[in-house]
Design a binder for this molecule. Structure first.
Ligand SMILES: Nc1ncnc2c1ncn2[C@@H]1O[C@H](COP(=O)(O)OP(=O)(O)O)[C@@H](O)[C@H]1O
Ligand SMILES: [Mg+2]
Length: 254
């Protein structure tokens, strides 16, 4: 069983899109998959056309069992632990707790054997819930929007993730994922070559900017349901194949 956190301290870089889309790709591939929403915005459920629910709060604070909190999404192999604004209260509530940085992992452990993959959709911050995500996860994917400012603070953020986890936990950055890629702009090309220089083999093939990826959530559909032939569907399928060992990493420089 693998637990993959999707994280970046910046918002709007495609974290939730990546978490939801990858989770569905793995589910479609036959893997039993759980998507966990750690962002008080509750976007993960919304993107799947579901209601936001205080399930993370119920699990972490009210100590409901994982079985009471995890819901089917109506898609084969794909379950969700939804969140909503009460996730913020959960954050406050666990802040003072003993071994507060492993509460998520401790609470979810009983259901780990029911899943092949767990995806953690993180909020754009480095708060206690994201520390929990880092201690629970085996690996982290960092979506980075291909724009000039997006590299600012990125190295510091990755170093901080490493510090959080260096002693006790076994997390590693498994991919830096360029998102909102535009093949034609100079800005994108410059940023891609900087990413290539900084991250080398960790750099995954980019996810192109695709209006279809933006439209799909409004219909409560994943891109595979909304437009399986779109660029977004193709790019996320390629990422899925990379992660399952289908192809090796290495972004094209063009
Ligand atoms: N590759 C893409 N092309 C076009 N729009 C995208 C793409 N990825 C995400 N979006 C849209 O951009 C917005 C922010 O994406 P989201 O995944 O919510 O980012 P985050 O979770 O990092 O805040 C959403 O409206 C989403 O539909
Ligand atoms: Mg998000």
């Amino acid at each position: 069983m693998r637990i993959i956190a999707i994280a970046n301290q910046k918002g709007g870089v495609g974290k939730t899109t990546t978490a939801v889309t990858l989770a569905h790709a793995f589910a479609l591939g036959g893997y039993r998959t759980l998507l966990v929403d750690l962002d008080p915005q509750g976007n993960a459920a919304t993107m799947l056309g579901m209601d936001v629910q205080p399930m993370l709060y119920n699990l972490l604070v009210l100590k409901h069992t994982p079985g009471q909190c995890i819901q089917p999404t109506g898609r084969p192999n794909l379950d969700i632990l939804a969140g909503d604004k009460s996730t913020s209260e959960a954050k406050e509530a666990i802040s003072g707790k003993f071994r507060r940085e492993t509460i998520l992992a401790d609470r979810l452990r009983p259901v780990y054997n029911q899943y092949d993959y767990v995806f953690l959709d993180c909020a754009p911050s480095l708060d206690i819930l994201n520390v929990n995500a880092m201690t629970a996860a085996n690996s982290v994917i960092i979506p980075v929007s291909v724009e000039f400012m997006s590299l600012v603070g990125l190295r510091g953020y990755i170093d901080t993730l490493a510090e959080i986890t260096q002693h006790e936990y076994q997390i590693h950055v498994s991919a830096v994922l360029p998102t909102f890629m535009e093949n034609v702009t100079t800005e994108a090309k410059t940023t891609m070559s900087q990413l290539q220089e900084k991250f080398g083999n960790l750099l995954a093939q980019p996810i192109r900017r695709d209006q279809r990826l933006k439209e799909a959530p409004a219909e409560g559909k994943t891109i595979f349901e909304y437009d399986p032939r779109s660029r977004g569907a193709l790019d996320y399928t390629a990422l899925y194949k990379q992660l399952t060992g289908g192809t090796s990493y290495g972004a094209q420089s063009s």
